[in-house]
Write a protein that binds this ligand. Structure first.
Ligand SMILES: [Zn+2]
Length: 71
């Protein structure tokens, strides 16, 4: 759930808000942070997930652009 509420605004000022939503489970590695790989000798090793960088989590940064409402 993300609540979108306009922040402080003034004429000519910025019309954007930044919303961050942290700690989502990485869907590519199911939150493990790594994938099992096999090297050329069939030895299994962990390779850091390229999507979440090994953290297993993703942060969302959402930029909201406000526009004047249409009459
Ligand atoms: Zn991942």
């Amino acid at each position: 759930m993300i609540e979108i509420v306009p922040g402080l605004m003034s004429p000519g000022g910025r019309m954007t808000d930044r919303i961050e939503s942290r700690g989502h489970r990485c869907p590519y590695c199911q939150g493990n942070g790594y994938h099992w790989q096999e090297d050329e000798w069939q030895e299994r090793y962990k390779e850091a997930c390229p999507v979440c960088g090994g953290s297993g989590r993703l942060d969302a940064v959402i930029t909201v652009e406000w526009q004047a409402g249409k009459a």
